[in-house]
Design a protein. Sequence first.
Length: 438
Amino acid sequence: MLKKLIKTKKAKVGIIGMGYVGLPLALELCRCGFKTIGIDIDKERVDKINSGISFIDDVPEEELAKFVKQKMIRATTDYRILKDVDIIMICVPTPVNVNKEPDLNPIINSSENIAKILRKDHLVILKSTTFPETTEKIVLPILERSGLKVGRDFYLAFCPERIDPGNKKFGIANTPAVVGGITKKCTEITAEFYKKFVNQVVPVSSARTAEMTKLLENTFRNVNIALVNEFAQLCERMGNINIWEVIEAAKTKPFGFMPFYPGPGVGGHCIPVDPYYLSYKAREYDFHTVFIELSARINEEMPYFVVNKTIEELSKSGVCPAKAKVLLLGMAFKKDISDLRDSPAIRVYQIIKDKVAKLEYNDPHVPYFEHNGKRIKSVKLNFQRLKEYDAVVILTDHSAYDYNKILKYSKLIIDTRNAIKKENKKVKKLGCGSNYNF
Ligand SMILES: NC(=O)c1ccc[n+]([C@@H]2O[C@H](COP(=O)([O-])OP(=O)(O)OC[C@H]3O[C@@H](n4cnc5c(N)ncnc54)[C@H](O)[C@@H]3O)[C@@H](O)[C@H]2O)c1
């Protein structure tokens, strides 16, 4: 029955959590002809979706509005609607608490609500990034409280989300999807569904394999970014090697090397958070994931490193840092998006705030953010007035910036992203050192 509904695209899909993962997924499913219903505890988000208003960079508003009008998508805060759908995808957050321990409450809460309406032939897919065995040992027992049996009455699988917000080349359809079910039949039916909207499906032997795959991918990025950040610090200490030139040279090797780039730290909901899910689980097995701890230490140090470099360069330019006027460019955690979650640029703002006389920021994607209960607004980027700042710090290399003009009008630039390609004495690049001879 479910197979037929998938084959004919008549299966209705319910998506729990309409954020950076859930909303683009809903849109992709609509594009492929599946009717979707979004469930979210945030009433404002639900109302926006139903009014065709997009709040996610990668979701074009006209397209969302079109699907709302065609009744292909709608949203609600009421979980009971899930009894009318055939497939349920869980895309809720998986944060860490202040002690960096996983907070599975959104997943548990979603599972409990699903258990109340679970019926024969339902397919449930967990997409939130989490530690291995969450699907099997946390979600499954809750769902089976319904009296239904997995693999016989309903199906359950883990399918990690690989979306890269802002990436224009790879989206949901052309990024292979890894699928791991609780039983073979669960994997099979989930793969059938995914084949309808993703070009390539990669079935694996279990849900825990799929969970571990996602954590390997994100930990790999975290560790490699930390490694290159450490190299950047060393180049800076040595003072006469440019890390960016080193990376360009290293990446000419056609095998065995993959470039990663230094910066003010790591951000977003994934890279700084997910490795803690793995180290938490590892402790259960008396296992210490040393790479993760070490990488966090280096990456979390980077905003301090950037601030120290800025203060040092201000002093060298003859300006007393305590009297300096500084402009930060880019607050989002990466280029061309508006996501501020765990952004290292925000960390830089917080650390440098009391060390300089005046601090402002500009970000074309972030009109404002909250700091100490105050709303801090992005200032207009007036090139003629860039000279009024003693230092301009490039923290996120948005494509919208005119770097030639920034170079022309600024007095001193701290470039943490190698955004300014031209060599110039007033540009102080992260990972180049003060004696680097341009
Ligand atoms: N953002 C990314 O680029 C990305 C990429 C891959 C994987 N992931 C993973 O996907 C998951 C979701 O991330 P996101 O970035 O979409 O988060 P998000 O915060 O953008 O969206 C989550 C949504 O879930 C809602 N929500 C929270 N608790 C809920 C509940 N109990 N019931 C219903 N709705 C609830 C929130 O209101 C929010 O709208 C996380 O596990 C994350 O690690 C994210």
